[in-house]
Design a protein around this ligand. Structure first.
Ligand code: AMP
Ligand code: GLY
Length: 434
C-alpha cells in the first residue's frame, strides 16, 4: 500500500513512524513533511491547503490511502476531495470537521444534545459582547474566537477591563482574522484537564489511552499558552470510573449528536475535558489527533494503526480490537527560545544520534534539512518521547535523551509529568484505564 500523510508537524511524524510498523504499508509520502520526516517518508513540497495539487500528486503516484493530520485541511474538505477522487482517507469530512473549526457550532451542539460543557453566550458584535460582560459579577471569564486560531483564540480575562480589551482584540482589532467574526463568552471552569482521543467510524467509538497536555510555555504552568510543551499518557486523574462516565455522558452522545445533525464523524475525535467538581465537562473538541498528544498515545498503541485507520474509513471499527500496551509515555517538546512569540530559525541541530536510546523516539516538528544535517525551522522543533513501564522511567528517558540534543536557543520545560507523578504518588503502580 502507498499511504500519503498530509501535514508537517510532530503529530504527523508520530503517525508516520507508527504506519511504518504496518506490514501492509510499503511506501509513505508526506506533503510537505519536514526535515526529520524526510528520513522516514518521501516528502514533496506541496502546501497541505492546496488540495488540487495534493489530489493530483496522490493520483499520479498511485496512492491507496490518505491520512490528513492538521485541522485546517480537514476543515477545507481534504478528506472529501480524496474520497471524491477515489482515494479512501482517514479523517472527518468538512461537515464533521466543524466540530473543531467553529466553536459556535460545537457549543450549540453540546447545548442541543445536553452534553456537559461550560455555560456560554454567543455574540456577533463587540458592543453586544461588552454589554453582556458588563452585567457579569464573576471573573475570570473565558473569551473564544469562533474559528480556527492556531490554538491561540482563547483569552482568560481576570476582570472587566481585561474582558473588554479581549473582546476588542478578537472582534475589533481582529487579531485572529475572520475567526473573530463571532465570539463565545463562557464560564470559567476549574479542575484537572484531560485529553482523550478516540477512533470513531460514526457507529463505534474507541477511546485511546488518556493523556495530559502542558499548554503553558513555562514551568509551573506559567506564561502564555502554546500548542503544547509536553504530554504524558495515561493521565492519572482520569480514573476508570471517570472513563466510564465520560463514555456515557460525553463520548457516545457526541457521536450520536453528529449523526443526528447529518454530519457523521469518522476519524480521530479529540475530547479536551475538564474534570470539575460537578463532573467532567467538554472544554473543546478537535477533529484530529492532538499535538503533542499523538506523540505519547501512538507509541503506546499495540494494534496496527493502518488496520485501524482502514477500518474507520470503511466503517468496520466494531470488527477490530484496539489495544494499548501497559506502561506510560512522556513527551517533552524542545522549542526555539522565544516561542510562542518571535524566535529565530536556521540553527543547526546536533546530538540527534545521542537521542537514539532504547524506548525513546524523537519526533520532528520544526526541522529542515540543510546540507548533511538538520536545522531548526519552527517554534516547536522536536518532541522527545520516552516509553517505559512506569511514568517515572518514561519521564527520565525523555529527559536523558534531551540532554544530548542541542541547538542555539533551545528551550524546554523541566517539569513535564511532575503533576501526574505527584497525583500517582510517585512510584505507585498504575491503576488507570488504557
Ligand atoms: P482551547 O484552545 O479551547 O483548548 O483552550 C485553551 C486552554 O484554555 C484550555 O486548555 C484551558 O486550559 C483553557 N480554557 C478554555 N476554556 C476554559 C474554560 N471554560 N474554563 C477554564 N479554562 C478554560
Ligand atoms: N495539544 C493540544 C492540541 O493539539 O490541540
Amino acid at each position: 500500500m502507498k499511504v500519503l500523510v498530509l501535514g508537517s508537524g510532530g503529530r504527523e511524524h508520530a503517525i508516520i513512524k507508527k504506519l511504518q510498523e504496518s506490514p501492509e504499508v510499503d511506501t509513505i509520502y508526506a506533503l510537505p513533511g519536514n526535515g526529520g520526516i524526510s528520513y522516514d517518508a518521501h516528502c514533496e513540497n506541496i502546501n497541505p491547503l492546496d488540495l488540487d495539487q495534493a489530489v493530483v500528486f496522490a493520483l499520479k503516484n498511485g496512492v491507496n490511502f490518505a491520512v490528513v493530520g492538521p485541522d485546517d485541511p480537514l476543515a477545507k474538505g481534504a478528506v472529501d476531495r480524496f474520497v471524491d477522487a477515489g482515494i479512501p482517507a482517514f479523517g472527518p469530512n468538512a461537515a464533521a470537521a466543524s466540530i473543531e473549526s467553529s466553536k459556535v457550532f460545537a457549543k450549540n451542539l453540546m447545548k442541543k444534545y445536553k452534553i456537559p460543557t461550560a455555560q456560554y453566550e454567543i455574540f456577533d458584535s463587540a458592543d453586544s459582547a461588552i454589554s453582556y460582560i458588563e452585567t457579569m459579577d464573576r471573573f475570570p471569564v473565558v473569551l473564544k474566537a469562533d474559528g480556527l486560531a492556531l490554538g491561540k483564540g482563547v483569552i482568560i480575562a481576570g476582570n472587566l477591563a481585561e474582558a473588554r480589551e479581549g473582546v476588542h482584540r478578537i472582534m475589533t482589532e481582529r487579531v485572529f482574522g475572520d475567526s473573530g467574526n463571532r465570539i463565545v463568552i463562557e464560564e470559567y471552569l476549574t479542575g484537572p484537564e484531560v485529553s482523550v482521543l478516540a477512533f470513531t467510524d460514526s457507529k463505534t467509538l474507541v477511546p485511546m489511552v488518556s493523556s495530559m497536555d502542558h499548554k503553558r510555555v513555562f514551568d509551573g504552568d506559567l506564561g502564555p499558552n502554546t500548542g503544547g510543551m509536553g504530554t504524558v499518557a495515561p493521565n492519572p486523574f482520569y480514573t476508570e470510573a471517570m472513563a466510564a462516565r465520560c463514555m456515557e455522558e460525553i463520548f457516545l452522545p457526541t457521536m450520536a449528536a453528529m449523526n443526528a445533525e447529518g454530519r457523521p464523524f469518522k476519524g480521530c475525535l479529540y475530547f479536551g475535558l475538564m474534570l470539575t467538581e460537578t463532573g467532567p465537562k467538554v472544554i473543546e473538541y478537535n477533529c484530529r489527533f492532538g499535538d503533542p498528544e499523538a506523540q505519547v498515545v501512538l507509541p503506546l498503541l499495540e494494534t496496527d494503526l493502518f488496520t485501524i485507520m482502514k477500518a474507520v474509513a470503511e466503517e468496520r471499527l466494531s470488527e477490530i480490537s484496539v489495544t494499548f500496551r501497559k506502561g506510560a509515555a512522556c513527551c517533552v517538546i524542545a522549542a526555539s527560545g522565544g516561542y510562542p512569540g518571535t524566535y529565530e530559525k536556521g540553527f543547526p541541530i546536533s546530538g540527534l544520534e545521542k537521542g537514539q536510546l532504547p524506548g525513546v523516539s524523537v519526533f520532528h516538528a520544526g526541522t529542515k534539512r540543510s546540507g548533511e544535517g538538520l536545522v531548526t525551522a519552527g517554534g516547536r522543533v522536536l518532541g522527545v518521547t520516552g516509553v517505559a513501564d512506569t511514568l517515572r522511567e518514561a519521564v527520565n528517558k525523555a529527559y536523558d535523551a534531551l540532554k544530548g540534543i542541542e541547538f542555539e536557543d533551545m528551550y524546554y520545560r523541566k517539569d513535564i509529568g511532575m503533576k501526574a507523578l505527584l497525583e500517582i504518588n510517585d512510584e505507585e503502580v498504575w491503576g488507570v484505564p488504557r
